[in-house]
Design a protein around this ligand. Structure first.
Ligand SMILES: Nc1ncnc2c1ncn2[C@@H]1O[C@H](COP(=O)(O)OP(=O)(O)OP(=O)(O)O)[C@@H](O)[C@H]1O
Length: 706
């Protein structure tokens, strides 16, 4: 039974699974789920010492060398991007996972059934709990502002016609409610898309645009009204500028090779002063704790300031967000913007899109931080929250709109946002934004009435991974003379993450997970699994094992997702079980460990997942369970990623990689493609700042989407 079938099992599609916080002391320790007592945890309940586990003893599970053993000159050994060669190409493979897991079925079905029953019967109880902050955790209360009935009338049932009046039915067959997404799905068209996990759409296969990660916020059919209003972020300066410290490897960023390709790139800058930003921005940068530019910032800031389009690829956690926000804000300050004022139709100068709600909220908070004390007003809107609330925020003034794609199109359709003034269009996690899940929606966005043509706007794309075929698609969005910045190897893993791959069969995974988590102690750990149901299941299981755990995935209500993230951020629940909805972009302080309980089916996804640790020069560890039965097609790209990041490669993994016949040797398949450099071959030009190296990329055949 594949993932599709698991989706179909969900009985009440619009009701979130109800597993907000797994508090180990609040359940009875019976062998199955019938005795499981789900108790929404409050801060005080979770704040006792009960979550303490044995301290991490650094033994056993990590076969790789310790971070301290790393060769200090390793960055000098970096191979040129052109050496990617025949690796990094694997086949997408579906039908893995939980449902095929005899072990899980045999040993846990009673547990699971009991657990599921409770989900179904108690799901509505979630609305009784208070909302929590999504960022920097630990704040209580939500809600604000009286509802504006004008806006709310439009929600939930009948979408406004507007310019997109008929788009839903055309795109997805059955429409989708503003607040409802059928999760029963048709089962069609999902298999080949696996690995992008829950952000993939139900319903209409590859042509469907709708994201489960987005929660199905846009659409025309009936569904329960979304009433969730996220708590406003704290307004005090300390909170706005709260940040964590750069790590011991921050300075090593300077040794990473950077390649800039495209015609006539401006030279990189070496310091913030060289960027000539206004005083307010400089103050904000200092208050944010930024003393030194990261490589992607050194290159991207002058390129954006020079008015060029940009596709930038740099490792996870290396400061891509500021790389686009700072020059955009600098331009806005220089050119002058329309000061925020109430208007029914707002015309932002900048639109930023990102694939998940939590990520776009994080970007918004960064935008708010850097624009602090200026007249630039940033607003965020994302699915799973009350549309009327978003609109009320927007109409008060909006220079920078941060949005998830579905919600953005809804707001445009409601004619609350006009596009005529758009000067900057930013696609964060751009490869994800352009793939089959979001690509159609992005195309609609750029062909919306009023949207300036690509010649008239500046389009900026950022990601840590950029498969070649996505680069080619991106051409439609970018001016032909766009610049491509590759910091290190495109799609390469962050070297500050010590990667360990363990051979663990399905039947042993849970035991191994518990062993590792007990050794880790209270250090913050993200555990990635492949399906939403499995996320709930594993989180519940860990709770039974007295390990304080919460979970985040696309079947949870937004309130629950934000609460889970808040509890994880503030350390109340040091373990977060997540699907790939949390794989990209999330910047959470002190995540020391990532565990791939299930490996993803694409290597890019792996790179993003492990990038939740080892950020901003800090070190981290990633442990992946490699199941011979289901993961062998990932062996080749995994060996490539490990060796490029100068990690130990287990001999057994190498053996599998070389014995597995895979598309690595036949041109590649979507998903595991490892882009080497700018796909516009032969146009490479070295930048002048002394960091670069260049080599003509190997030609790679065009691939079709199918
Ligand atoms: N120049 C800098 N000095 C100090 N800290 C920085 C600097 N640039 C960024 N940071 C911090 O580094 C962290 C990671 O930055 P960011 O989230 O932008 O990374 P990213 O490259 O977008 O990662 P991902 O690929 O995972 O999305 C953030 O906490 C950010 O505030």
């Amino acid at each position: 039974m594949g993932d599709e079938d698991w989706e179909a099992e969900i009985i009440k599609p619009h009701v979130s699974s109800y597993v907000p916080v797994f508090e180990k002391d609040r359940y009875s320790s019976g062998a199955n789920g019938d005795t499981f007592n789900r108790t929404p945890a409050s801060s005080s309940e979770m704040g006792d010492g009960s979550s303490r586990r044995d301290h991490f003893m650094r033994r056993g599970f990590a076969s790789g060398r310790s971070l301290g053993d790393r060769d200090p000159g390793e960055s000098n050994k970096r191979e040129n991007t052109s050496t990617v060669g025949g690796f990094g190409v694997g086949k997408s493979f579906g039908n893995r996972g939980f449902s095929n897991n005899k072990f899980e079925e045999g040993d846990s079905s009673g547990f699971w059934r009991g657990f599921q029953d409770r989900n179904d019967s108690e799901a509505s109880g979630s609305s009784r709990r208070g909302g929590r902050g999504s960022f920097r955790g630990c704040r209580g209360g939500f809600g604000l502002g009286s509802p504006n009935s004008d806006y709310e009338q439009d929600e939930g049932t009948q979408r406004s016609g507007g310019i997109f009046g008929s788009r839903r039915s055309a795109l997805s067959g059955a429409g989708n409610g503003d607040t409802f997404q059928s999760r029963s799905g048709s089962g069609s068209g999902r298999g080949g898309y696996k690995g992008l996990n829950e952000e993939v759409i139900t319903g209409s296969g590859k042509n469907s645009w709708k994201s489960e990660a987005e929660g199905g916020e846009g659409g025309d059919t009936q569904g329960p009204k979304v009433t969730y209003i996220p708590p406003p972020p704290p307004e005090d300066e300390d909170s706005i500028f709260a940040h964590y410290q750069t790590g011991i490897n921050f300075d090593k960023y300077d040794t990473i090779l950077v390649e800039v390709s495209g015609h006539d790139p401006p030279p990189a800058i070496l310091t913030f002063e060289e960027a000539n930003l206004c005083q307010t921005l400089n103050n904000n940068i200092a208050k944010a704790g930024y003393a030194k530019l990261t490589p992607v910032q050194k290159y991207s800031i002058p390129i954006i300031q020079g008015g060029r389009d940009l596709m930038a690829c740099a490792q996870t956690g290396s400061g891509k967000t500021a790389a686009f926000l700072l020059p955009i804000l600098a331009h806005m300050m220089r050119d002058g913007i329309t000061a925020s004022r109430f208007k029914e139709l707002q015309e932002p100068e900048c639109i930023i899109v990102a694939p998940t709600r939590e990520l776009i909220n994080q970007i918004y908070l960064e935008a708010r931080k850097f624009s602090f004390g200026t007249c630039v007003r940033a607003v965020v809107t994302y699915g799973g929250t009350q549309l009327g609330h978003s609109i009320r925020q927007i109409v008060q003034g909006c220079n920078i709109l941060c949005a998830t794609p579905g919600r953005l199109m809804d707001i445009i359709g409601k004619e609350k946002i006009g596009l005529r003034q758009v000067k900057y269009l930013v696609l964060d996690e751009a490869d994800r934004m352009l793939d089959m899940g979001f690509g159609p929606e992005m195309k609609k966005l750029i062909s919306c009435p009023g949207m300036p043509s690509k010649e008239q706007r500046q389009t900026l794309m950022f990601s840590a991974t950029f498969p070649e075929e996505i680069q080619r698609l991106a051409g439609e969005f970018l001016k032909s003379n766009y610049l491509f910045v590759a910091v290190g190897q495109v799609g390469g893993a962050c070297r500050d993450v010590q990667q360990t791959v363990l051979q663990v069969g399905q039947y042993s995974k849970r035991e191994k997970l518990v062993e590792i988590l007990r050794n880790i102690g209270d250090e913050r750990t993200m555990v990635f699994v492949e399906t939403k149901k499995k996320a709930d299941f594993i989180a519940t299981f860990l709770c039974q094992e007295k390990i304080s755990t919460t979970s985040i995935h696309g079947d949870r209500e937004q309130r629950e997702r934000e609460q889970a993230l808040g509890d994880f951020r503030c350390g109340k629940c040091p373990v977060l079980v997540a699907t790939s909805v949390a794989a990209r972009g999330l910047d959470i302080e002190n995540v020391q460990h990532v565990i791939n309980f299930d490996l993803p089916s694409t290597i890019d996804e792996y790179v993003h997942r492990i990038g939740r640790t080892g950020r901003c020069g800090n070190t981290g560890r990633a442990i992946s369970f490699f199941d011979l039965e289901s993961d062998s097609l990932l062996a080749q790209p995994l060996v490539k990623v490990l060796s490029d990041a100068q990690q130990d490669v287990p001999a057994w993994l190498e053996e599998i990689a070389f014995s597995t016949y895979g598309p690595a040797f036949s041109g590649g398949t979507r998903g595991n493609v490892f882009a080497s450099v700018d796909t516009r071959k032969g146009k490479s030009s070295l930048n002048t700042a002394g960091f670069s190296s260049s080599q003509a990329p190997n030609p790679v055949d065009d691939e079709s989407w199918d």
